[in-house]
Design a protein around this ligand. Structure first.
Ligand SMILES: Cc1cc2nc3c(=O)[nH]c(=O)nc-3n(C[C@H](O)[C@H](O)[C@H](O)COP(=O)(O)OP(=O)(O)OC[C@H]3O[C@@H](n4cnc5c(N)ncnc54)[C@H](O)[C@@H]3O)c2cc1C
Length: 531
């Protein structure tokens, strides 16, 4: 039997079940990666993502060449490539991981499935995390996750692969394309390639171990400020997004680190314990949010909670431009947007803040800001991204609504304006006190604030709370909770028909009838203490 192993977002040799099964079940394996121009044209794809592919692909190619194999790198329409490969290499099986992507990849996969069927090829789509395709009973999800991620050990990298010899030369003649092959780089002068995170299997392990050995000590208490989160956060999101490491590997290594720290009798063991617990709890959100998109792919285009679909947003083009390019006159917002554009990374709190500012302050819809943010996140993971956008927009209906005041965020997270000055050159000559006073004084060439934040935010909050208080809003939120909420939560949010509708009814986390532990897990559901 011959197999084609189609690499998608799983650029690794270790703990790769699709690759493992392809090797175990076939005599020959040809690894394939395809740059698909139609995919690259999608509005959420950018040069940063091509760079991520290049980086991850060349790392994996080196590892495969070390064991006598290679990757065939092609550019084109996947069906054309599969058809032409079938003529040269009569394969019986196609292996890949089961991808939870955008509508375009979903449709592409449907056409691949159809092609496989009509060509008598079996396509094995294999899960690489705790996301379950066709999930019927959500109560069984925890058991499946436990089996997949905790009760089985990560797979070891293969020592050799039976690679079809006739492809040695062909692979050598198919180099990895450059970003310039797909994008006019004059349009992206802000990207600082030399400062972007390296994405490869070996870089993933270095990042994991530097985190578990050193950087992670400061995780608890250190992930809210952009001055510390870049060091004390794990920085594993890019690796998970492109599959240069698996979630199972991270959980297993973290578990080992927890055990080691427990037995250590030093002053830092308490802080390590807090940090590693907080980190593990965040890791669980990875699959939780991707599962939402897997189960409700329509949420890419419409609100998960239909009660909020008709909110009125201004979607003013000038405000959108100012926000995108960091010219809003709000120093912390502009610093974050410029940082993202340059290096593709920002910590959770700052991401939540820029989204909250766009929605509540500028009255831009989550649909309007989605493509730009996706483009400038090097760790763009559609499931997490879309779910988080809707959550920060306050339209899921089952979470506390958070509106981040940009002035308070400077005082709390960047009081000396170190991060702001790093990214907003125009402010480098001003003192922190002057910068914090940005709403009242002119700061050289730096623009004045383009809105009065508090009254603007109130208008949007009023709209959202009106829906939240309505009977229809509560009814729709109850279905969202039943279908997509964490199973750790039990409280019903639907009022009895006869009940008067009061604001306190919708504060679903303040429920005295829960045990303290339950109450804690409700709170931890969306924002842990750090955020
Ligand atoms: C608007 C918005 C969009 C986001 N888009 C993405 C995205 O496209 N890709 C992405 O990986 N993360 C996204 N996040 C979640 C989070 O901000 C990043 O995962 C985190 O900042 C990455 O840094 P880290 O790896 O150091 O995180 P750590 O704090 O070290 O967390 C470890 C891992 O846990 C997972 N994780 C952490 N927080 C969350 C969360 N809230 N939801 C789901 N998983 C989480 C990530 O895989 C992360 O790498 C988004 C958050 C917001 C508010």
């Amino acid at each position: 039997m011959r197999a084609l192993y189609w690499i998608k977002r799983d650029f690794r040799l270790n703990d790769n079940m699709a690759l493992y099964r392809a090797i175990a079940e076939n005599e020959q394996i040809l690894p394939l990666f395809v740059f698909e121009p139609d995919y690259i044209k999608q509005p959420d794809i950018s040069p940063m993502h091509i760079w991520a592919w290049q980086c991850a692909l060349s790392g994996m190619q080196i590892c495969l060449r070390n064991i006598g194999a290679d990757i065939l790198v092609s550019t084109g329409h996947i069906i054309d490539i599969l058809s032409s490969l079938r003529e040269k290499y009569d394969f019986d099986n196609l292996y890949s991981h089961a991808e939870t992507g955008i509508g375009w990849t979903f449709e592409r996969d449907k056409s691949v499935a159809k092609w496989c069927k009509s060509n008598d090829i079996i396509w094995h789509e294999i899960p690489q995390n705790g996301v379950i395709r066709g999930l019927k009973n959500r109560d069984k999800r925890q058991t499946i996750i436990r089996q997949r991620l905790f009760e089985s050990d990560p797979l070891l990298a293969p020592k050799n692969i039976k690679f079809p010899d006739q492809f040695n030369n062909i692979c050598a003649n198919h180099p990895i394309p450059c970003v310039e092959d797909f994008f006019d780089m004059h349009v992206y002068p802000h990207i600082q390639w030399d400062k972007m995170q390296i994405i490869s299997e070996s870089a993933a392990h270095q990042d994991l171990h530097s985190f578990l050995d050193q950087r992670g000590l400061g995780y608890s208490g250190g992930i809210s400020s952009p001055n510390s989160a870049f060091t004390h956060g794990s920085r594993l999101s890019v690796h998970l997004a492109w599959g240069t490491i698996s979630l199972r590997q991270i959980f297993h290594e973290t578990q080992k680190a927890k055990m080691k720290r427990k037995t250590e009798d030093d002053a830092q063991s308490g802080q390590w314990g807090r940090s590693l617990r907080a980190f593990s709890s965040r890791l669980h959100w990875h699959d939780h949010f991707i599962q939402r998109l897997e189960s409700a792919p329509e949420m890419e285009f419409q609100s998960l909670n239909p009660a909020y679909e008709n909110i009125i947003y201004q979607d003013d083009a000038a405000k959108l431009q100012a926000w995108k390019y960091g010219r809003t006159g709000f120093p912390i917002i502009d610093a974050c947007m410029r940082c993202l554009q340059a290096i593709g990374f920002l910590n959770f709190r700052m991401r939540a803040m820029v989204v909250s500012f766009a929605i509540f302050g500028l009255h831009l819809s989550w649909k309007t800001i989605h493509p730009h943010l996706a483009q400038i996140f090097l760790d763009y993971e559609p499931g997490i991204h879309i779910a988080q956008l809707q959550m920060q927009a306050g339209i899921v209906g089952i979470n506390t609504i958070r509106v981040y005041n940009p002035t308070k965020q400077i005082i709390d997270q960047d009081p000396d304006c170190v991060f702001i000055k790093q990214w907003v050159d125009e402010l480098s000559g001003f003192s922190p006190a002057e910068i914090q006073n940005y709403e009242d004084i002119i700061l050289g060439d730096y623009p004045a604030p383009i809105i009065d934040f508090k009254p603007c935010a109130k208008v949007m909050k009023d709209q959202i709370f009106a829906i939240r208080r309505s009977f229809e809003g509560k009814k729709a939120s109850q279905s969202v909770l039943d279908l997509h909420g964490s199973r750790r939560r039990t409280k019903k949010i639907m009022p009895k028909k006869t009940e008067g509708i009061k604001t306190k009814d919708i504060k679903i986390r303040r429920n005295n009838s829960h045990s303290p532990n339950q109450a804690k897990s409700l709170q931890g559901d969306l924002f842990d203490k750090e955020d």
